[in-house]
Design a protein around this ligand. Sequence first.
Ligand SMILES: [Zn+2]
Length: 280
Amino acid sequence: MPNQAPLRSVTIGDKTVTFLPDGGGTLAPTALFPVSSAEGWQSYPSLLDDDGNFVTSVGGFLIKTGDKLIAVDTGFGALRVDFPGFGPLIGGDYHKSFSATGHQREDVTDVIFTHLHLDHVGWTTLEVDGQRELMYPNARYWCAQAEWEFWHGGNSPIGPHPEFVQKPLENLIQFVQDGDEIAPGIKVVSTPGHLSLVVDGGEAGRIFLTADVFHGVAQLTESDWAVAFDNDPTLARTTREALYTQLTQPNTLCAINHFSNEVFGHITPAGERYAWQLLS
Ligand SMILES: [Zn+2]
């Protein structure tokens, strides 16, 4: 049976990428992937729990390189949300996961948001002694300008919380775009709908953090299975298809935060489609 992915660090050259688990969800698969059918899911029993629900992980990443410590997204937050018709998504472990790395919150130099869905911004602030404060008080904050403008001023149930996320970031957020480097060897790649990141470890290879281009392994074989939260399912599919060329390059490790069991692995060609090989 699938599980939520555990905390894990991978070092590549002089850089280390750590997955910081926050929790996860057990969601109705045909609600999350509206194009899919119960029949279609019979090909993927290993992705479903005993009740037939799709198991997903939520969390963020931490990249250590030189004197930079970069958080990529901040998980879901210490909360449970039952999306009607979908099932529960539960967070709460992100802070504990971060502490387990041995770093202090003050050490984080940068936070980059791949996008601003609520499961990627949840620990932007936390409550300390009854007061809301930034999880990473000394960081610079980055996201795509279009993404900030899309959500800013709104109060969507799937977007950034007005008080806990938007307001604290209003005077801090800075914008990045395709090709920008957050730090040497940490490059932003636009994957329409999100920002992805490439961590270049030199001869050791690279790690491609693909944001929410993929939500589940089944999408490697069922490329039209967009998730319900994709604003533009056609664009989401085009983005996935366009990325395979890069993701299947030699020495390319993928880091996909919503995958169950393990977020690090290799995408490899398999017939006309692709397969997922967990990092052993
Ligand atoms: Zn997500």
